[in-house]
Design a binder for this molecule. Structure first.
Ligand SMILES: Cc1cc2nc3c(=O)[nH]c(=O)nc-3n(C[C@H](O)[C@H](O)[C@H](O)COP(=O)(O)OP(=O)(O)OC[C@H]3O[C@@H](n4cnc5c(N)ncnc54)[C@H](O)[C@@H]3O)c2cc1C
Length: 152
């Protein structure tokens, strides 16, 4: 899909839960794009792996809050990220917007829970790498720095 968008000069806009309040999923675009493709991630909704000992999970980006918790619960786990839009927003949307879970205490931002990301764009597909977190959120540039450090 992203290859097609790049070839045809189309803007690709991911759609998670669509709860953005700042127009993030709207098809208003700047630049020389010939059109827009909205990519609905709703079917990428699975928890793929769980590492019970590390309390870590590999999860597809399109899963909405309740479905995510339903899949973690049988393992005695919770992501414990509860924005007010919990029912209608997705893991990928939370990470892209660096959301805050105001219905929890102490660690409330999604940044606190992201250990690694795999990011795909029309020009780049990053391997899954550790993403150190700073105040502004997970840093893709630091992911590559970490990879370089590991391979050195
Ligand atoms: C009633 C209500 C309550 C809310 N409460 C909160 C709250 O408590 N805390 C808070 O932080 N926010 C809140 N929000 C804002 C919104 O819910 C969050 O920003 C949420 O993180 C968006 O997730 P989403 O899945 O709906 O993303 P979408 O609206 O689908 O997308 C948001 C942006 O992220 C991009 N995106 C989505 N998925 C991906 C992906 N997989 N990969 C790359 N980019 C992606 C989209 O292209 C878009 O630019 C609230 C909104 C509403 C309407």
């Amino acid at each position: 899909m992203l290859d097609h968008c790049a070839r045809e000069g189309l803007a690709a806009i991911p759609f998670g839960g669509g709860s953005s309040v700042v127009g993030g999923v709207e098809t208003r675009i700047d630049g020389d794009y010939r059109g827009v493709v909205t990519i609905d991630l709703g079917r990428m909704a699975r928890v793929l792996e769980i590492d019970r000992a590390s309390r870590a999970a590999r999860i597809e980006a399109g899963v909405l809050g309740p479905a995510l918790e339903d899949q973690l619960r049988p393992h005695g786990l919770t992501l414990r990220h509860f924005p007010q839009s919990f029912e209608f927003s997705s893991l990928g949307g939370w990470i892209a917007t660096r959301s805050g879970g105001h219905f929890a205490t102490r660690y409330t931002h999604i940044d606190d829970f992201v250990e690694a990301l795999r990011v795909v764009t029309p020009s780049v597909s990053s391997p899954r790498g550790a993403c150190p977190v700073r105040a502004p959120g997970p840093r893709p540039t630091a992911c590559s720095a970490a990879r370089r450090a590991r391979s050195a």
